[in-house]
Each structure stands twice: as C-alpha cells, then as structure tokens.
Design a protein around this ligand. Sequence first.
Ligand SMILES: C[S@@+](CC[C@H](N)C(=O)[O-])C[C@H]1O[C@@H](n2cnc3c(N)ncnc32)[C@H](O)[C@@H]1O
Length: 262
Amino acid sequence: MGANYYRSALARVHHEGFAGHADACAPGILARLAPVRERGGLVLELGCGSGALTRHLVAAGHRVVATDASPAMVALAREAVPGAEAVRRLTLPDDPLPAADAVVSVGHVLSYLPDVPSVARALRAVAAAVRPGGVVAVDLLDRAYRAARAGKQPVAAFGGDWAVLIAFASPDPETYVRDIATFMRNADGTWRRDDERHVNVLVDAAEVSGRLAAEGLVDVEVARGFDERQVMEEGLVAIIGVRRHAVKTGRGFEPRAVTNSS
Ligand SMILES: C[S@@+](CC[C@H](N)C(=O)[O-])C[C@H]1O[C@@H](n2cnc3c(N)ncnc32)[C@H](O)[C@@H]1O
C-alpha cells in the first residue's frame, strides 16, 4: 500500500529531480485558492511528497497541513517547508482527514490507491473534509493515460550522486505500472540499488468527478490543467470543485455555490 512507495532513495530522487509537475500546477491552484487565503482558511494537501507544491502554497501565504503516506517524503517536506503548519503522515483512503477550507493534491496521488472503489472512498472523504465555501483541486490518471503512453520507452535521469531508470507497462485498461530502479552513490564510490514497482489505477475521470458532485460539490470540472494555461500530459487530469456555502435566507440556511469570483 501507500506506505511502501517512495522509500528514502526514491524520495530523494523525486525531491531533487521531479518537482516540475508541482511547479506547473502551482499558478492555477494558487489562483483557485485565492479566496481561501483571503479568509485565512486552512489548506490540506494530500500526498505532498517532499513539498514541491507545499512550498508554493506557503510562499503565497497559505496555512497548510501537508500530508503523505511515505515517512521519507514527510521527513524531506518537513525540512524543505518549515513554514507549513504541520507536515505529517496520512495514508489514503482510510486515515481520517482533518476539516479544511481547501483540499489539494498533485502528482496523481489518488492513482496510487489499489482500485477504483478505494479512489471513490478517498474522494468521499475529501468531499466531506472540505468546509462550506471551500475548494477541492486534485489530479489523477484517467483511463486515457494508457493509450497516450502506449509504447513509451524506458527513461533514465541523473543527479549529482544518483541515477534512476524507469520502465513502463500497462497490463490491463485499469492499471499503469512503473518499474523504478534507483542507484545512490556510496561514500566509497560504489552504488547501492533499490527497486520500487508503482502500480497506478486508471479511472474514468468523468465518473469520478460525478461522485464529487454527488457528495455536494458544485462547479465540478475535469480539465487538462488547473488553469487555462496549463496543459498536462494526456490522460493526467485535474478535477476541481467547490463546496456550497450555507447562506441565510427567509427559510433558514440554504446552500449556495461559491466560485472564485464571489
Ligand atoms: C508522484 S508523487 C507526488 C508528490 C508531490 N505531490 C509532488 O507533486 O511532487 C506521489 C505521492 O503520493 C504519495 N502516496 C502514495 N500513496 C499514497 C497514499 N495511499 N496516501 C497518501 N499518499 C500517498 C507518495 O508517497 C508520493 O509522495
């Protein structure tokens, strides 16, 4: 399960070499979260990794509780983003989520869950955690990812004292696999190897976003990015929604949709 992904070697490789996706998501997410920041709301981040998005949120003035299943990632994020309110372990889909004014997650964290029912359970928990007027902004892998990546050859990347090799496979329409070998240089110049197999579940994003709507979120969008400038890799989709605000009417408190412009 989640706790076995991103042991210390791969966590450091991700931290040093793979922040690009979170950097690209940050402007759109920050724009969507502007009303939350204005009212001093709390942002809950799921699967924060080593803090690649967290640091943008904190730099923009957000109060952030950043969470991840991997102890190695949590340790890196604590060091990298000391301005977060808290950085702690939280493993989806069953750990309880604290109430928040926004729930964000980038880097297809939900796709690490073992199957579609687990993704649905996690999304129900996300929808329940977000307070009235709050925002949900997450990305995950749609089933289209499989065709988009068909035939993708293995890739290699190198850092100062590490190397990583990643091979790809999709054994069935709901599964995308990365076999990842990391090599870390020891003090004596030799290399130590660690292997991780990342098994991601591919979901029907339209169906999944419908579940958020069923849980009381409105203006639910499935998009190629968190704003109109971002075009994510095909099959990686952003799902965005807001929880209705309760407003006082003649008949008591009634739900009202809140958007960025309100
Ligand atoms: C591809 S990384 C993205 C990390 C970070 N959000 C970023 O953009 O750099 C996926 C993250 O999801 C976390 N993760 C995997 N399974 C999880 C689970 N069941 N619950 C919470 N986090 C999980 C991993 O530990 C990892 O940090």
